[in-house]
Design a protein around this ligand. Structure first.
Ligand code: NAD
Length: 445
C-alpha cells in the first residue's frame, strides 16, 4: 500500500501518514457515494442542515487539538490556526443556514415553481493554505443541497483534513462524506470519474487541467483560483493605515493567501513616506515556528514554493528593484519580511503570484497608468484602493471579483467570494453561490 507522509514544514519532522487512494479503492468509494446519495437526497433539507450543524458542533469540541495539528502540518502560528478552526465551525453553521434558505423552491407563477435539486456526487478538491476553511466553504453548500461529497485535500495537509472528516463522520450518515488521499494524480482520478460536480480551490494551472478533463463529461465546475491582487495608494490616502494594510495583507499567512496584496502602486508624491512607513512596520514582523511566541510569519509550505519566492525576489533585484528589507537568498524554510521598491512590469513579482511575505511597490506619476498596470493581469481576484474622495471612483475601474476601498476585500457576511478573469468562475457564498451546487428544475403543475 502506498502512503502519503505528512511533514512539518518548519523542521521537516514526520507528523504521520495516510494511505494513498488507488484506482481500486476509488471505485469502491464512488460506488459507496452513489449508494449513500439515495438516502441523503431523500432526507428533508432541514434534517440535513441539523446533522451538518451537529457534526461541526462536535468539531468545535476538538478545537485545541485540531489547531495544534493545523499549525504543525501547515506552519501557521497557533492563534491563526485556532482562528481557522473556530471560523470553519462558525462558518459551517452560517453557510448551512444560508444555503438552506437559498435552496427553497420558488414560485414563479400560479402554475410554476423553480426547484433546486441535488446534483449527485460532488468532488471537493482543496489547497493547503487554509486547509479547513477552503474545504468547508465548498463542502457545506454541497451537502445542504443534498449531494454527497468525495473530498480530496491537499497532499501537503492530509492529516488535518483526515481528522476533521473522522469527527464529522461520527454524526453524518455513512459515506455521505468520504475522503481520498494523494497528490494531483488522485485529484485527476476524481475529476475524470463519473461524478456530477467538481468544486475546486487551488492554482490556475490545476484549474485549467481540471477544466479540460471535466469537458469530457461536461461535469459542472466551481473554480476558485489564484490571484495577483493590486493595491493603489492615492496621494490623499491615510498613509499610515495604507502602510499597515499593505504589510499585513502581503505577509498574512506568510503571504500564502489567495487575496494577499501582491502589487502596490503608490502615487510618487507620497511614495517616499509610504515606503518608509512600510519598512518600519515590516521590521516589526518576525519569522519562526508555529509555537514560538509572537511569531507572525511561519515557514513556507515546501522547498519548491520557497525557491519560487526567492527567485521572484532575486529577479526583481537583478532587474533594478531596490531591496528595502529582506534578503535575496534567504535560507529555507523561512522568508524574512521583504520589501521591494521600484518594481517594473518586466519583473516576476508583477507578472505572477509570488505567494510569499513580500511587499512589492511601484511608484506612479499618472493615475491612468497605475489603473492600467493594476488591470494588466490575467488574474482578477481582489483589488484595493486607499485614498480620499476619489478612491471609490478609482476602485470602480478595477477588474476584479472583489474590490475594496480603504480596507481588505471580502467584508464578510454571506457575500460571494468571487474571482474575475482567470481567478476562476463559480464561487462560494451568497444565494447565487449556494445554488451552483444544485440542479435547477422548473416544475409546471
Ligand atoms: P494546487 O492547484 O497545486 O493544488 C490544489 C489541490 O488540487 C490539491 O489538492 C492538489 O492535489 C490538487 N490538484 C493539483 N493538480 C490537479 C489536477 N490536475 N487535477 C485534480 N486535482 C489537482 O494549489 P495549492 O498550491 O494547493 O494552493 C495554492 C493556490 O490556491 C494559489 O494559487 C492560491 O491563490 C489558490 N487559492 C485560491 C483561493 C480562492 O479562494 N480563490 C483560496 C485559496 C487558495
Amino acid at each position: 500500500m502506498k502512503v502519503l507522509v505528512s511533514y512539518n514544514p518548519g523542521d521537516d519532522s514526520v507528523l504521520g501518514e495516510v494511505p494513498v487512494t488507488d484506482a481500486g479503492d476509488y471505485q469502491r468509494v464512488l460506488k459507496q457515494a452513489r449508494q449513500a446519495s439515495i438516502g441523503w437526497q431523500a432526507m428533508p433539507m432541514d434534517n440535513r442542515v441539523a446533522l451538518i450543524r451537529e457534526a461541526f458542533g462536535l468539531v468545535d469540541g476538538y478545537s485545541d487539538n485540531l489547531a495544534r495539528l493545523l499549525s504543525r502540518e501547515m506552519g501557521k502560528d497557533l492563534r491563526r490556526s485556532m482562528g481557522e478552526v473556530k471560523g470553519a465551525v462558525y462558518g459551517a453553521g452560517v453557510i448551512a443556514g444560508n444555503a438552506r434558505q437559498a435552496l427553497q423552491p420558488e414560485p414563479v407563477s400560479a402554475r410554476e415553481r423553480v426547484e433546486y435539486q441535488p446534483l449527485g456526487v460532488c468532488g471537493v478538491i482543496s489547497p493547503w493554505n487554509y486547509p479547513l476553511a477552503m474545504a468547508v466553504n465548498l463542502m457545506v453548500p454541497a451537502l445542504v443541497a443534498g449531494n454527497v461529497v468525495i473530498f480530496k485535500p491537499s497532499e501537503e495537509t492530509p492529516l488535518i483534513a483526515d481528522h476533521v472528516v473522522q469527527i464529522l463522520n461520527q454524526v453524518l450518515p455513512d459515506n455521505v462524506l468520504q475522503i481520498i488521499h494523494g497528490d494531483a494524480e488522485v485529484g485527476r482520478m476524481l475529476v475524470d470519474s463519473d461524478i456530477d460536480i467538481v468544486a475546486f480551490t487551488g492554482s490556475r494551472r490545476a484549474g485549467k487541467e481540471i477544466m479540460q478533463s471535466a469537458a469530457k463529461r461536461l461535469t459542472r465546475l466551481v473554480m476558485e483560483l489564484g490571484g495577483n491582487d493590486p493595491m493603489l495608494v492615492l496621494n490623499d490616502a491615510d498613509l499610515q493605515s495604507a502602510a499597515r494594510f499593505a504589510v499585513a495583507s502581503s505577509f498574512e499567512n506568510a503571504g500564502q493567501m489567495c487575496t494577499s496584496t501582491e502589487r502596490i502602486y503608490v502615487d510618487s508624491r507620497v511614495a517616499e513616506t509610504f515606503e518608509q512607513q512600510v519598512v518600519a512596520i515590516a521590521r516589526q514582523y518576525s519569522v519562526g515556528q508555529w509555537n514560538t511566541p509572537r511569531v507572525n510569519i511561519g515557514p513556507i509550505i515546501n522547498s519548491r514554493q520557497h525557491q519560487k519566492i526567492t527567485e521572484h525576489i532575486s529577479d526583481a533585484v537583478e532587474k533594478g528593484a531596490r531591496l528595502l528589507l529582506g534578503e535575496t537568498a534567504p535560507a529555507g524554510p523561512f522568508i524574512p519580511p521583504t520589501v521591494l521598491a521600484d518594481i517594473t512590469p518586466q519583473m516576476l513579482t508583477e507578472q505572477e503570484e509570488t505567494f510569499g511575505p513580500v511587499v512589492a511597490i511601484s511608484r506612479f506619476n499618472d493615475l491612468d497608468d497605475a489603473v492600467a498596470r493594476a488591470n494588466a493581469s490575467d488574474y482578477g481576484l481582489g483589488a484595493v484602493v486607499f485614498g480620499g474622495e476619489d478612491a471609490a471612483a478609482v476602485a470602480s475601474r478595477l477588474q476584479a471579483g472583489m474590490v475594496a476601498v480603504n480596507q481588505g476585500v471580502g467584508a464578510g457576511g454571506d457575500s460571494p467570494w468571487v474571482g474575475a478573469k482567470q481567478s476562476g468562475f463559480g464561487f462560494h457564498g451568497s444565494a447565487a453561490g449556494h445554488r451552483q451546487f444544485a440542479q435547477l428544475r422548473v416544475m409546471s403543475l
